[in-house]
Design a protein around this ligand. Structure first.
Ligand code: ME8
Length: 523
């Protein structure tokens, strides 16, 4: 049976339009999905929108519209952005869809049936931006303001339903300690672990309030056991990862055929929402006896031209600006930049200058130039047919080694979301091949008929290296690599990544096709 691969993005709030931050997580997830499809895994890629809760109500009020209308409008912007960025999700969940609501209620009812939920009363500080109660000491430490958006915390007092988080937290600690790769990157894992331990020691890990009074907040999924409450938006939202696959017992449109994708291979998220994913979600899953996701990976934060992006500063890199970069450079370059400019897991800065610099040095002068040199020489010296590699070339050792390194390590790098290492390996192959051309100087050999078989072997090596570069770059740059493979006469070549990534795939005699430069230099 084919091995499955299930990757998710956060479901994004519809209180605001999409921006670079959202595109980052989604592009990364898309690259994983495309890579593992090429590696012949049975992939499911889920994204969507988070449409309930106080944030959406407030945003709708400001715009003089209803929450549903706001969600219906904003979701179009997300879908358009994903189309523009060539995102290949298999499923898109909106939390206001009946299929989702029904499943949230089932999940919460299961918690009730297992006695994991009880009615209690709560009074405390609430961060309305984060939709989260804040402990007294955390509120005090931050001057009774939101740690995230700096707005004053609000005093809430309610009768509510609580999930027995405290009961599961020690078991979660054991789980995180026994599974070092469960939360990644490691520094984030350590942060979660120490915060968990400290909160328990200080007696400050209260049970999780999972309902909201419907009179105060009607915009949510009704609690299945109590129509006067709605489900806390984070429980509603987190459950999407599991729910979106369908729950056969309550009837679902997939007839249970998507159940095979659970547990998820990776939940990709930003570091801002790690606690919800690394603590609340796993504890809920343990309480329901549902297997844990294999990995939760929290990436870093983008700033824009060195400044924190915020709504108040109005400096979010918007969908329109992203479209501008895509028009000027191509959507593939935008995807490449996001994964190239910073190592996945650390913070990064989006700068137009850096964008151009990476484009010119790695794509125009690096990969693009290598492709066009190779194609031109094959055209000129071998009438456009890829020559036979008759001779073994000592000088090609580093090229072969670089190709072998990607072949052997790509799966692991992708499993670990190490996109920067993956791209490094590709760039090493580009550099090794460019150095090989300089070293062997085929343009000089072309003048000497006695060197013809050596010349043919050199150009075969170049063509094969370029093909392999394109095969591995394809998940990141699907458009550009398709046209490069077409100019190498390889666009029809089918096979698994294990077959396509192996040295020697290009057939001598294949006709190459001259095309426009793949990455024209930018001034
Ligand atoms: O938190 N840099 O939705 P959200 C990098 N609905 N990534 C960023 C970013 C930035 N400056 N800004 C946002 C929510 N992101 C909840 C999630 S999931 C069950 C519910 C990305 O619209 C990053 O992935 O606020 C972050 O986690 C996500 O957008 C938050 O999106």
């Amino acid at each position: 049976m084919t091995e499955t691969y299930y990757v998710t993005t956060p479901i994004y709030y519809v209180n605001d339009v999409p921006h670079i931050g959202h595109s980052y997580t989604t592009v990364a997830a898309d690259v994983l999905a495309r890579y593992f499809r090429a590696a012949q895994r049975d992939v499911h890629f889920l994204t969507g929108t988070d449409e309930h809760g106080i944030k959406i109500v407030k945003a709708a009020e400001k715009k003089n519209t209803t929450p549903q209308q706001l969600a219906d409008e904003v979701v179009v912007g997300f879908r358009d952005l994903w189309d523009m960025l060539n995102i290949s999700n298999d499923n898109f969940i909106r939390t206001t869809e009946p299929r989702h609501k029904k499943r949230v209620q089932k999940l919460v009812q299961d918690l009730v049936d297992r006695d994991e939920v009880y009615l209690g009363s709560y009074e405390g500080w609430y961060d309305e931006g984060q939709e989260e109660y804040v402990t007294e000491s955390a509120a005090r430490d931050n001057d009774y303001k939101s740690e995230i958006n700096g707005k004053p915390l609000v005093r809430y007092s309610e009768q509510n339903w609580f999930f027995r988080l405290g009961k599961w937290a020690p078991k979660l600690i054991e789980y995180i300690e026994a599974n070092p790769k469960f939360i990644q990157p490691t520094p984030r894992r350590n942060e979660v672990l120490s915060k968990l331990k400290m909160s328990i020691d200080a007696g400050e890990l209260p049970d999780l309030c999972i309902s909201r009074n419907k009179e105060k907040l009607p915009w949510g999924v009704e609690m299945p056991n109590d129509p006067s409450h709605v489900v806390y938006v984070w429980v509603d939202a987190l459950s999407n990862y599991y729910n979106a696959l369908g729950i056969p017992e309550i009837g679902d449109e997939f007839d249970g055929k998507f159940a095979k994708y659970w547990p998820a291979d990776v939940h990709l998220i930003g570091k801002d929402i790690l606690w919800f994913h690394a603590v609340y979600w796993p504890c809920i899953l343990m309480a329901l006896d549902i297997p844990m996701p294999k990995k939760i990976f929290a990436h870093g934060w983008w700033t824009s031209e060195g400044k924190k992006m915020s709504k108040s500063m109005g400096n979010f890199i918007s969908r329109e600006e992203i479209a501008g970069f895509c028009d000027e450079y191509s959507r593939d370059m935008y995807r490449y930049y996001l994964l190239r400019a910073v190592s996945f897991g650390t913070d990064g800065d989006f700068s137009a200058d850096m964008f151009k610099q990476i484009y010119n040095s790695e794509l125009a002068n690096g990969i693009g130039n290598l492709l066009s040199r190779t194609i031109k020489m094959i055209d000129k010296y071998f009438g456009g047919e890829i020559p036979e590699p008759v001779e073994t070339l000592e000088e090609a050792a580093l090229v072969h080694a670089a190709a072998k390194a990607i072949y052997e390590q790509s799966d692991e790098m992708m499993q670990n979301c190490a996109f920067h290492h993956y791209i490094d390996k590709i760039i090493s192959l580009v550099s090794a091949t460019n150095a090989f051309i300089d070293d062997t100087a085929p343009f000089k050999l072309a003048k000497d008929e006695s060197q013809r078989s050596r010349l043919g072997s050199i150009l075969y090596t170049c063509a094969e290296a370029v093909r392999i570069i394109m095969v591995y770059l394809a998940p990141i740059m699907p458009d550009k690599t398709a046209s490069a493979l077409q100019s190498l006469g390889c666009e029809q070549t089918q096979g698994t990544l294990a077959e396509l990534g192996k040295w020697g795939g290009i057939k001598p005699g294949t006709k190459i096709v001259q095309t426009d430069p793949l990455f024209p230099r930018k001034q």
